[in-house]
Structures are given as C-alpha cells and as structure tokens.
Ligand binder design. Structure first.
Ligand SMILES: Cc1cc2nc3c(=O)[nH]c(=O)nc-3n(C[C@H](O)[C@H](O)[C@H](O)COP(=O)(O)OP(=O)(O)OC[C@H]3O[C@@H](n4cnc5c(N)ncnc54)[C@H](O)[C@@H]3O)c2cc1C
Length: 442
C-alpha cells in the first residue's frame, strides 16, 4: 500500500525511539488500522495535545479493509485510495506512525504508564496505552492446510497474495459462507472464476442476520450462478503433482469423498480477537478484551476498542448486562470516539446505532441495529425493483433491519432507532409505504 516514508513515519529500521534512548510517548496506540487511526484523529479533534505513537505490525500505511474483498480484489480501486491519512497529516498532528513492529510484551504500572516491547527488540515507553489490535483470521486446521494457494483474507498482504494468484486460477473454492466469503466469492465470480462456496452450517451468514435474509442471499447468489453448498465441510485439501514434492493446492475433498478442483482455496471462517497482550497484562478477557461503557479495560486505565473489544451492548433498550463484540467499520469509529473522550477525562457513551454494510455482486446489504433477541419479523419485498428488507421486532418495538438495495428503509430504521421511535409492524409490511411516513414516537 505504497512505499513512501515521510518524517512522521518510521519503519522497523527507523531511527527514532531507539532501544537505548526511547522517548516516552503520551499515548501508545497498538494497532494501526480503522480504530487506531480514528482514535488518534478523534483525540486531536478534542484537543488532546500529548505526543501520540500509532504503531502497527503491518508494513503498509494504515488502510481501509472493506475494499480488500470487493473493489481492490476486482482491481477497480488503487491501493493508494485506501490509505486513511497522508504522512503529512500525521506529521502535522504530532503523531508518529510506526510500521512493521509487532508488540510481544508490555510492562505496565498502576498509573497506566509502561513500556511495550517489540519482536525486533525495540522499546516503546508510554504514558497511556490503547489496544486497537483487532482480530485475526481463524485457521482451518485440516490436512493440506499449509499448501500453497490455501489463503485467508484479513489484511492487505493477504489480498495481494490472492490477487497474485487469481490470474492463473480457473477454479476457486471459498470455505465459509459469511460476509467475507460471500463478498470475495462474488468478486472472484465477477472476475470470471468458477467459484464454489462451502458452508458448514445450514444457512449463510451465520447468526448475523435472520433466516429470511439468509434465505434471500442463498437464492440470490444461486440465481447469479454461484455454486453454494450448505451443510458441507472440507475434509482435506489435495495437492498437485507427484506425492512428496507437491506444494500447490489442486482440490478440496469433501466429507462425502467428492473432490472439487481448486487452484485457490479461500478460507473465510471467521476471526479471533487479538487478546494476547491483554491476557499478558492480566486484563479481563472474554471473547475479546472486556471493557466498560467508556472503553476502559479492567485495569481502569487501558482503553481497548474495535474488533478486539467486548463491550456493553450500546443499543438503547438492550438487556442489562448484555455484552457484544462487533466487527465493523462503524463500530471501530464510534468506539474510538468513546475512548477519545475517556482519554481526555470525559465520560461519553457510545453514540448512534450500530450499522454495517456488505456488498456482494449487485446486492448491497445494509444492516441497522442488532437483531439479537427478536421475536417478530416483517418482510418487505419489491421483486420488480430488486429491493428486500426485513425488520426485526422485540415486544412490538423495532430493533433492527436488514435492507438489500433498499437504502431508504435502512435510513428510516436507523433514524427511528437513534431517536427511540418505532415503526409499527402492522403498517410496515407494505413495501410501497415509505417507512419514514409511518414512524411513531414509541
Ligand atoms: C476483507 C474485509 C472486508 C470487510 N468489509 C467490511 C464491510 O464491508 N463493512 C464493515 O463495516 N466492515 C468490514 N470489515 C471489517 C472491518 O474492516 C473491521 O471491523 C475493522 O477493520 C476493525 O478495525 P480495528 O482497528 O478494530 O481492527 P483491525 O482492522 O483488525 O486492525 C488491527 C491492527 O492491529 C495490528 N496488530 C495486532 N496485534 C498487534 C501487535 N501485537 N503489535 C502490533 N500490531 C498489531 C493488526 O495487524 C492490524 O493491523 C471487513 C474486514 C475485512 C478483513
């Protein structure tokens, strides 16, 4: 994602903060991606004037991930357009961007200060610490899993490795019918590949959406020519060439013995939050780094946000004590704002309603709210216009919506949730009725 190195940017071969004379930064942000970048930007917007070090292990300048399975994979956007901020921005805002340093250990004092140690032997002393370490791809541990061409898609290097192989591949097997798998499968199909998606479970997209939406996506993708196999798992990956010296993947053997040809296998079976540093620090960890409403971890000084954090469900009206770990751009941004307030001594809770998008072929899904615990759904389907929405209700109150190619429905539900309003179920089922015209004060 570009190679230019400016004043504010250091690589692992950089000269600042040498092991023998490390300078203490005001805030060390470990993880230079969506939430880490937003935290630094929000802090400057709030007037935080201490030095910030934004450190990450990747060799690229911080970039937006969503395009990796979509436009970037398809080659319709350049890597430069994915970069969040210019080097000049970081320099002007007194932020040192450190690339290519993986933090392996942290010594921390009760007042929140400490020293982080990287695998290259560098030390990064800090006054305050933020963990924005995100998540990593869950690995599929089956025979042949280390063959060349068995790939994952979490970061830019993964995307570059996938792109480098696509030209020579005819058949691709995508393992996992979640968002990333379906986005990449749609992109690869658009690029002329013969794509098969294997989903272990009985429906697509796991628990992130309800049954109607999962069924809709299954039918829509099949109608567009994707070969999707539910309740199907891979037994092993087979290799090309003579046994013993072959390294490239050639196929996927299913549990029933069927072998699907594959020059690329893309595994998208979910992610695991990066909690290693938090565990080493003795912070409470439970499906992510446990934080309070103000993004503070159990030591009361470290902030943890984004994909790595497990937080109280921010949706108004959610069950007391209910916790959630969200994996979305919107959450990384909103959670970073909460942490920025905390670090500047203010207490502000998560604002807004969680929302998410996923583009798969011409299917533009937007999700407002969280559908956990729904007891009723209302379907709005306009076949002629290719629009589809499901509204989720709990005790008569709308709590979420999945909207495909229906941005007005999405906006209406998102606005209603933000204002604590309702969209009565009885009136919502006619797709010709704009939802905003039937929104009521609850
Ligand atoms: C292919 C793809 C497509 C996506 N599409 C969408 C979408 O359409 N819509 C949407 O809302 N969301 C999407 N997402 C999810 C979204 O990108 C993430 O929710 C978001 O990136 C989370 O940001 P984060 O900063 O919390 O974590 P991450 O982006 O995971 O960043 C964490 C960073 O910390 C680094 N790191 C970890 N440990 C260490 C360490 N010890 N030392 C130094 N550095 C470390 C990691 O390498 C990484 O760079 C997509 C994600 C992917 C991978």
């Amino acid at each position: 994602m570009g190679t230019h190195v400016a004043a504010a940017e250091q690589t692992s071969a950089g000269t600042a903060a040498q092991p023998d004379s490390p300078t203490r930064t005001g805030l060390l942000i470990i993880g230079a991606s969506q939430s880490g970048v937003q935290l630094a930007v929000s802090l400057r917007a709030l007037g935080f004037d201490e030095h910030i070090t934004l450190l990450g292990d990747e060799d690229h300048r911080p970039y937006q991930r969503p395009a990796l399975s979509k436009e970037f994979l398809q080659g319709t956007v350049e890597s430069e357009s994915l970069i969040f901020r210019s080097n000049e921005y970081w320099a002007e805002h007194n932020v040192d961007l450190v690339k290519g340093e993986y933090i392996v250990g942290i010594d921390k004092e009760a007042d929140g200060s400490g020293v982080a140690h990287s695998s290259s032997g560098r030390q990064f002393p800090f006054q305050r610490l933020a963990l924005t370490v995100g998540a990593r791809a869950r690995k599929l541990e089956i025979e042949g899993g280390d063959l060349d061409g068995v790939l994952y898609l979490r970061n830019a290097d993964d995307a570059l490795a996938l792109k480098a192989r696509v030209g020579d591949a005819r058949d691709v097997v995508v393992i996992g019918g979640g968002f990333i798998g379906l986005e990449a499968a749609s992109s690869l199909q658009k690029m002329g590949k013969n794509v098969t998606v294997l989903e272990f479970g009985p429906r697509l997209v796991g628990r992130a959406v309800g049954e109607e939406t999962a069924d809709y996506f299954l039918q829509a993708h099949r109608a567009r020519g994707l070969d999707i196999r539910l309740n199907t798992s891979a037994k092993r990956f087979t290799a090309a060439g003579a046994a013993g010296n072959a390294v490239a993947v050639a196929g996927v053997e299913l549990q029933d013995g069927t072998v699907l040809p594959a020059q690329i296998v893309l595994v998208g079976i979910g992610v695991l939050p990066n909690t290693q540093l938090a565990e080493q620090l003795g912070l409470t960890v439970d499906n992510g780094i446990v934080v309070d409403r103000f993004a503070l971890a159990s030591d009361g000084t470290t902030v943890a946000i984004g994909d790595c954090a497990n937080m109280p469900n921010p949706v108004p009206g959610s069950a007391p004590g209910e916790r959630i770990r969200l994996e979305s751009v919107n959450n990384a941004i909103e959670h970073a704002k909460v942490a920025a307030y905390s670090l500047t001594g203010r207490r502000e809770e998560y604002a807004g309603i969680p929302w998410f998008w996923s583009n798969q072929a011409d299917l533009k899904l937007q999700i407002a709210g969280l559908c956990n615990g729904y007891d009723q759904t209302v379907l709005r389907r306009d076949e002629a216009r290719g629009k589809f929405s499901v509204l989720y209700y709990r005790l008569g109150q709308v709590i979420a919506a999945d909207c495909v190619n229906a941005p007005l429905d999405f906006m209406a539900v998102k606005n209603a949730l933000a204002k604590g309003q309702n969209i009565p179920a009885a009136a919502a089922s006619d797709p010709a009725t704009p939802l905003k015209t039937i929104t009521t004060d609850s």
